[in-house]
Ligand binder design. Sequence first.
Ligand code: DQA
Length: 142
Amino acid sequence: DTIYVLNGPNLNLLGMREPEIYGTDTLDDIAGGLDDRARELGLQIDFRQSNHEGHLIDWLHEAQATGAKAVLLNAGALTHTSLALYDAIRSIRTPVIEVHLSNPAAREAYRHHSYVGMAAKGTIAGFGAQSYALALEAAARL
Ligand code: DQA
């Protein structure tokens, strides 16, 4: 089974981007650690990042078309703004798990609303790079 791991805007800069909030692991570090855990769980990871909303929407559609078991989605700031991502998640049957490094609920008010969370199966947030591993465990059990 394949799990898509989709990352949105500015997450390519992870490691140097506000490390006091997001930690010093790069996205490549996260992808590597996740690959190891996936192998133990008998899963395959398809790990991607884009700064473009439309790419994320296309990849959500693709996840369903290719029969992916689940999608882990860290949509970055699009989480809080994108009705199009909400619609895309609602448009597919593939379960989507919302992931965040930080805990948006404990941050600025403008991060409290999540379009992704309104459509997602569930959310894992606030555990840094570990959020991805925890979400993968959840996906494996679906
Ligand atoms: C984030 C949280 C968002 O509010 C923020 O815009 C990001 C990263 C996280 O993983 O903590 O870009 O999704």
